[in-house]
Design a protein around this ligand. Structure first.
Ligand code: ZN
Ligand code: ZN
Length: 352
């Protein structure tokens, strides 16, 4: 079937200003693949651009990068997939030639900003040759689109869990444990046998959800000093994952760790943000304070296996599905604190 020449695409024009425009359907060049999008998810990373713009922001900024769809057209030389196949892909891939890629630290690839996929809130999205080569997969049969659309955020969580390197029975706190990323961490740590597994968040109904998804206990974030609460309950924990990126919470996250503990800074802080560290504790308690960022092809594949296995409940992390025309409304609701929203360019499939 011939491709249409134009399509709908949601664009960010200015902070909190989203419009659905008619734009040309991209044509795949050598090594590239064009995908017709069936489901795409709102993402917390993009919410930052939505609220404040972005240092690389040049409007119109195509939104959406967590998606599933069908192969619509192939660029020259692509034979890993065929037209009509259902596929899922991550939002970037290593360049293979920079110093980080050469030593396998592909999440730090120097070409990452240029290789980031954008524009999945559209009828079609174009996948670059590196993404096609490394991070494009046939969708496993029977796994819902919405589940597979979690591939990218979950691959980041899988990298975080890998860096935390927990053993069964180790104690874990997830600070910011009631947003979509936190709730993915809670589920993955539950699978790994973390105990106790404490989720910290603000909203009572989300804390209930964290409990249902595997947290052994929950702490409400506005209930006084969080580190004091965690220390009173556990005496200190083996692993703390900090998802908010808020400096005062990062300081508290470090205070929650017991000797030998690992503190993962998963949430991005604003440029120039600083936090005070108790250096004596870091040294004498042999703490590890570690940043974790993005994903690698290995964690993408692991994330896909886990999602396909059904071990992770992602349906509970999606609050609603909206058609593409209502992307502005979806972003507005996401900004107001709803869980992820699914955008469905092909109309409004059954409610989740
Ligand atoms: Zn994302
Ligand atoms: Zn690279």
């Amino acid at each position: 079937m011939a491709l249409p020449t134009t399509m709908r695409a949601a664009m960010l024009l200015a902070p909190r200003e989203v419009v659905v425009e008619t734009v040309p359907v991209p044509r795949p060049g050598p090594g590239e693949v064009l995908v017709e999008v069936t489901t795409a998810l709102t993402c917390g990373t993009e919410l930052k651009s939505y609220r404040q713009g972005h240092r690389l922001f040049t409007p119109p900024w195509p939104l959406g990068h967590e998606f599933v769809g069908y192969v619509a057209a192939l660029g020259e030389g692509v034979n890993s997939v065929t037209v009509g196949e259902r596929v899922v892909a991550a939002n970037s891939a290593p360049c293979d030639s920079c110093d980080f890629c050469r030593i396998g630290r592909t999440n730090l690839c120097r070409e990452l900003p240029a290789l980031l996929l954008r524009g999945a809130f559209a009828d079609y999205v174009l996948l670059s040759a590196p993404i096609v080569a490394h991070n494009l997969f046939r969708a496993p049969a029977g796994v819902p689109d919405q589940t597979l659309a979690f591939l990218e955020p979950f691959a980041c969580v899988v990298l975080g869990e890998q860096e935390a390197d927990i053993r069964p029975g180790e104690s874990v706190v997830v600070v910011g444990g009631t947003g979509p990323i936190g709730l993915l961490f809670v589920q993955l740590f539950r699978l790994r046998g973390a105990s106790p597994l404490i989720a910290i968040g603000r909203k009572p109904h989300r804390l209930e959800l964290a409990r249902r998804l595997g947290a052994t206990s929950v702490i409400q974030a506005n209930s006084g000093d969080l580190a004091t609460s965690v220390l009173a309950e556990t005496g200190g924990v083996d692993v703390v994952v900090e998802i908010t990126g808020i400096p005062s919470l990062i300081e508290q996250a470090v205070a929650m760790a017991k000797p030998g503990g690992r503190v993962l800074l998963f949430g991005g802080s604003p440029a120039g943000a600083t936090a005070a560290l108790d250096l004596a504790r870091v040294h004498y308690d042999a703490l590890t304070v570690r940043g974790v960022f993005h994903h690698t092809p290995r964690t993408v594949r692991r994330a896909l296996e886990l999602l396909a296995s059904g071990a992770i409940d992602v349906a509970s992390l999606v609050s609603d599905r909206l058609p593409l025309e209502e992307t502005a409304e979806a972003m507005r609701r996401f900004d107001e604190g709803e869980l992820k929203l699914a955008i469905a360019p092909r109309g409004r499939p059954p409610a989740v």
